[in-house]
Design a protein around this ligand. Structure first.
Ligand code: ZN
Length: 45
């Protein structure tokens, strides 16, 4: 599976920005907002 990560602080606490129509993401940790995110493959374990 893949998890999304903030490109700024590398936190996984990132969600689609509420109400965003452009597909922007929001990081709950550093308040980063943008379309650029990191995706990292992790094992299910
Ligand atoms: Zn962040």
């Amino acid at each position: 599976m893949f998890i999304k990560k903030c490109p700024k602080c590398l936190s996984a606490k990132i969600n689609l920005f509420a109400g965003a129509i452009t597909g922007e993401y929001h990081c709950q940790k550093c308040n980063y907002v943008g379309t650029l995110i990191l995706e990292e493959e992790v094992d299910p374990d």
